[in-house]
Design a binder for this molecule. Structure first.
Ligand code: PGA
Length: 246
């Protein structure tokens, strides 16, 4: 049985006070929840957010991290720094990082490995563009991304996959539950080929315009084990309803 996971990706939103207030509301909403809850605030606020959710079960991750252990890498944060700050892990390979900052599949694999070496959670994001879907290459693209994300690790422990079709992110256009389930099934099948029975415990999140209204039906699909929520995670009442749906 896979325990659902609801993760809020705040992206480059909130100021310091707003992040604290949002974190407090998530901690409140997570009380008694039947799922794990994680937030990914801007890195500058992680210590405040960790402080705000202390005493709750809410986990805090960053939106990105380096695969390097330290040194002359201006602007980067190492997995060891995340450990030092009490951060639980990081998103890796979000489509915005891939599209806007040139993050490659190989880089995603290196970051997943670096996070796992540090004992941290790696939430690896995959997903096809609209052009790739229209060309009928969704399966090849997504399975290829999963392969590379998991290429440098020997176990699925501490790994979560988030399937986020690029055309559904921030667009208000959600994949249908059937479309999402189909891809989640492909991802699990691939993980099974490589990791055997451990694939049954792998949590695969759906992301892309998840709302309080569509969360329940998406989460009702056999291989959808949670959600990576962007826009709706900034609205306390909506995020609370998504947690409730899980
Ligand atoms: P969205 O973003 O929920 O605003 O579509 C999801 C994400 O990018 O993780």
């Amino acid at each position: 049985m896979r325990r659902p996971l609801i993760a809020g990706n705040w992206k480059m939103n909130t100021d310091r006070a707003g992040a604290r207030a949002l974190a407090l509301s998530v901690a409140e909403a997570s009380k008694g929840a039947g799922c794990d809850v994680i937030v990914a605030p801007p890195s500058l606020w992680v210590c405040d957010v960790i402080d705000a959710v202390s005493g709750s079960s809410v986990g805090v991750v960053t939106q990105n991290c380096s695969d390097r252990s330290g040194g002359a890498f201006t602007g980067e944060l190492s997995p060891a720094m995340l450990v030092s700050a009490g951060v639980a892990g990081s998103l890796v390979g979000h489509s915005e990082r891939r599209a806007l900052y040139g993050e490659t599949n190989a880089a995603v694999g290196a970051k997943v490995a670096a996070l796992r070496s540090a004992g941290l959670l790696a939430i690896a994001c995959v997903g096809e563009t609209l052009a790739e879907r229209d060309a009928g290459t969704t399966r090849a693209v997504v399975v290829g991304q999963v392969d590379e994300a998991l290429a440098q690790i020997a176990s699925l422990d501490g790994v979560v996959i988030a399937y986020e079709p690029v055309w559904a992110i921030g667009t208000g256009r959600t994949a249908s539950p059937e479309q999402a389930q189909e891809v989640h099934g492909w991802i699990r099948a691939r993980a099974r080929e490589r990791f055997g029975e451990a694939a049954e415990t792998l949590r695969i999140l759906y992301g892309g315009s998840v709302t309080a209204d569509n969360a329940a039906v998406l989460l009702g699909q056999a291989d959808i084990d949670g959600a990576l929520v962007g826009g709706a995670s900034l609205k306390p009442a909506d995020f609370a309803r998504i947690i409730g749906a899980a």
